[in-house]
Write a protein that binds this ligand. Structure first.
Ligand code: GSH
Length: 258
């Protein structure tokens, strides 16, 4: 069975949860406490050289990192990724678009807004990211006027990938409601069979069932996002339990985006 290295508030990890559910593919979860430095443990760096979530481990022990690479691997041979080279390249076009413009625009802004870091980022940087985010919204709105889904007439992993952050663009302070074609597309994505808003499926088997409960309780206590602290017990061989955040991690964690 596949293992998903996950962190519940991560929208990048949500992409993978959503696809796994829509594929009906059973999997197990191991939570990685990214803000406690666990992502930077030697053991986890084998799964993802950047120490970020998501990553997956295949049955034969192979690790795959980067959400869009994982989506591509998992969708192979399914209706979510066409075989025809040109149609496939159109899907890839949107996966790269997501990785570049959305992760560096709306996703960063959302993370900064939700974690109270917006002010310390500086006006110039926030201005650049906002311009990138608004540009992506304009592009998406124009493109989605032409067809129901990003890569054509059918729902694919391109939609899953872009949906993950764009349907929460208002949390980044972006005027999502002004982009009618994007709003209509969000609804079409949510109407897909086996759509799940959090991505936990019936087939899903957490490696540490109790931890989901404790995470939910923490979220309820603290009002959500920021309250979600370490919930993991990474069990890669040689891994230790949560370690204090390293200096590297304290310096750099801000730039990424749950
Ligand atoms: N480009 C990566 C981005 C992954 C990423 O930034 N993940 C965040 C959570 S959404 C993370 O783990 N950040 C902690 C870190 O990078 O140390 C992807 O698409 O998977």
């Amino acid at each position: 069975m596949i293992t998903l290295y996950d962190y519940r508030p991560s929208q990048n990890a949500y992409k993978v949860r959503l696809l796994l559910n829509q594929l009906g593919r059973p999997y197990r979860t191991e939570y990685v406490s990214i803000f406690e430095g666990e992502g930077q443990s030697e053991a986890y760096l084998m799964a993802n050289p950047m120490g970020a979530v998501p990553a997956i481990r295949l049955e034969d022990g192979t690790f795959i990192a980067e959400s869009n690479a994982i989506l591509t691997y998992l969708a192979e041979g399914s209706r979510f990724l066409p075989d025809d080279p040109a149609a496939r390249a159109k899907v890839m076009q949107w996966l790269f678009f997501e990785s570049d413009y959305i992760q560096n625009g709306a996703a960063s802004l959302r993370y900064w807004a939700l974690t109270g870091k917006l002010i310390s980022r500086g006006a110039e940087l926030v201005g650049q990211r906002t311009e990138t985010a608004l540009r992506t919204l304009r592009v998406l709105d124009r493109e989605l006027a032409e067809r129901p889904f990003l890569a054509g007439q059918a729902y694919t992993i391109a939609d899953i990938s872009v949906f993950a952050y764009m349907h929460r663009a208002d949390e980044a302070g972006l005027p999502l409601a002004q982009y009618g074609n994007v709003v209509a597309w969000i609804q079409r994505v949510m109407d897909q069979p086996k759509f799940v808003s959090k991505g936990l499926s019936l087939q899903h088997r957490p490696a540490f069932p109790g931890r989901i409960v404790s995470e939910t309780k923490k979220a309820a206590r603290g009002g959500g996002f920021l309250a979600l602290g370490p919930v993991t017990g990474l069990s890669l061989s040689g891994s230790s339990r949560s370690s204090p955040p390293s200096a590297w991690h304290r310096r750099t964690a801000w730039s990424y985006c749950p």
